[in-house]
Design a protein around this ligand. Structure first.
Ligand code: 0L1
Ligand code: MG
Length: 256
């Protein structure tokens, strides 16, 4: 099994926005470690083309998502600078079957590393916390995959947007932040920060411990998307999505 070839195939499908069969249909016995190697090789292709690692994302952080994929731990993916939206207009061109989910983003001013990182270490390294949304887009047909498929596919990463306003990490109880997501005026999803592993800070702790297995760390200036607060909603041309974060304003996205 050539992990580089699998990574190249995923990269090509992502670049052309063409869906593909799950890789596990062809590669029996792919391990979680193999899948993270494929993810890294896939991202290396982007870095060679001039992109930059902007941070990390956590996925499958809610019980509901873990159950739907049949796992009991979250996964991580890599965020590239090219994935970050600078304005709230989202172009569907270049995406296959995008979905959007509300998240809480952390931005760091110190390196975070090691197997024993604690929530206190995370707070000490946090510059600010920001409301955010992630647009996920599986490269697989029907958005259907196993754990190893989705890890290799960079945890379905596609785009993300953080709010204009940043907040002090100490300003809020991030597990109690309520979120209401509306599409075209209709309430589609509601949730609270506690949906993310009980508290979004726990997601950062898990991330640091997981990437330590590959001798990697969260670097100053990086952003971490901690995980979906609600189920993701489908996006279609012409939609207007608003995501209201309790006491922290609203992100408004126009889908074109
Ligand atoms: O950000 C996420 O939680 C997505 C992780 C991968 C699973 C999915 O695509 O729903
Ligand atoms: Mg997400």
């Amino acid at each position: 099994m050539n992990l580089q070839e699998i990574a190249n195939e995923l990269y090509r499908h992502q670049q052309k926005a063409e869906e593909m069969e799950k890789i596990t249909l062809r590669y029996d016995g792919l391990t979680v470690e193999d899948a993270y190697q494929i993810q890294r090789l896939n991202i290396d292709n982007a870095l060679r083309s001039g992109d930059r690692l902007a941070g990390w994302k956590m996925g499958l952080t809610s019980k509901a998502k873990q159950v739907s994929v049949g796992v009991n731990e979250p996964i991580y993916g890599r965020l590239l600078a090219s994935m970050e939206l600078s304005k709230s207009t989202v172009h569907l061109h270049g995406l296959i079957h995008p979905r959007l989910e509300p998240e809480i983003a952390f931005v760091f001013n110190k390196r975070l590393e090691g197997p024993k990182v604690t929530p206190r270490d995370v707070w000490l390294a946090t510059e600010c916390v920001m409301p955010a949304v992630e647009i996920i887009d599986s490269r697989y047909k029907n958005f259907s995959f196993t754990l190893t498929d989705v890890i290799a596919d960079n945890a379905s990463s596609a785009k993300f947007l953080v709010a204009d306003q940043a907040y002090s990490p100490y300003q809020s109880q991030w597990d109690q932040i309520g979120v209401v997501m509306r599409k075209n005026g209709e309430v589609m999803q509601t949730g609270t920060g506690a949906a993310v592993l009980g508290h979004p800070v726990r997601s950062v702790v898990e991330l640091v411990q997981m990437i330590h297995r590959e001798a990697l760390s969260v670097e100053p200036g990086m952003v971490v998307l901690t995980g979906g607060i609600t189920e993701a909603i489908h996006l279609y041309e012409g939609d207007e999505v608003t995501v209201l974060f309790d006491g922290m304003g609203e992100l408004v996205l126009e889908i074109e």
